[in-house]
Design a protein around this ligand. Structure first.
Ligand SMILES: [Zn+2]
Length: 264
């Protein structure tokens, strides 16, 4: 029997996977972007424990998903009416363009409306978030804040709590899983962290908002991978180009795509 491969090679720019290392990626043509990753063998025991699919027929009832409005009209419009439980939204844009500010405003409004909201920052300390909220004259005493980059810690808190309606992760490029050997922001980390958080959103039932930074070239850093992942995972919406945050110029938020599938 042929030996199963224990490693594979992944392009950090486009996510292409090959069985051997090469200096240039066939997928995107970039040089020196291919990195070795370990392959976890499929565990038969875990497959036995996995349970069974619930099968349904095509002609069943159709109920539109409930929407949670953020009270920021423009943002809700881009979201197609608001956030959907057990769904994922990817908010992209240049660093410093106002993603965190927009989401802090949205989460404060949601918390004020009685939702249980958690804002996790991997970029700022809790005090910095509080300062920003005060500068913006936002007040929402019940908004939960946490400063962490540890996805296992975030996941186990959310799994034990199970009370949050909306969870914001700012940003996916800072998140880290100890089982993955590469650094935060690498394709392997972004993919594994996003996968874990999306899985959690679907099992616990909260709306997940992932912040993703855009590179100088205009692509979501690491996240062509994210786009691939959001495709099969429930509803997703990538908001690209929150352009220009300076007070003099208007900011625009635009929706990039909506895919809906497999809502529980
Ligand atoms: Zn590539």
């Amino acid at each position: 029997m042929a030996k199963r491969p224990t490693a594979r090679f992944v392009c950090q720019a486009c996510g292409s996977v090959t069985s051997k290392w090469s200096g240039r990626c066939d997928g995107c043509g970039e040089w020196n972007t291919i990195v070795e990753e370990a392959v976890e063998p499929t565990n038969r025991e875990s497959r036995k424990r996995a349970g069974k699919l619930t099968l349904m027929h095509l002609d069943g009832d159709l109920t539109p998903p409930p929407r949670v409005e953020t009270s920021i009209a423009e943002f809700d419009r881009v979201l197609g009416g608001g956030l959907v439980p057990a769904s994922v939204v990817l908010v992209g844009g240049d660093p410093g363009i106002g993603k965190s500010t927009l989401l802090l405003q949205a989460t404060c409004a949601l918390a004020k409306a009685g939702r249980r909201v958690l804002y996790v920052s991997g970029e700022e300390a809790v005090d910095q978030i509080r300062l920003r909220a005060r500068r913006l004259k936002l007040d929402a005493p019940t908004l939960d804040l946490a400063a962490s980059i540890n996805v296992s810690e975030i996941a186990s808190s959310l799994e034990q709590d199970r009370e949050h309606n909306v969870v914001v992760i700012d940003s996916i490029q800072t998140m880290w899983l100890e089982t993955i050997e590469s650094a935060p922001g690498s394709v392997a980390q972004v993919r594994a962290c996003a996968f874990e958080l999306i899985r959690l959103a679907k099992t616990v039932g909260f709306s997940l908002v992932l912040v993703g930074h855009v590179t100088k070239e205009g692509a979501l850093a690491g996240p062509r991978v994210l786009e691939h992942m959001l495709m099969p995972s429930c509803i997703s919406k990538a908001i690209a180009g929150i352009s220009s945050v300076s007070c003099a110029r208007p900011r625009t938020v635009s929706g990039q795509r909506t895919r809906s599938a497999c809502l529980p």
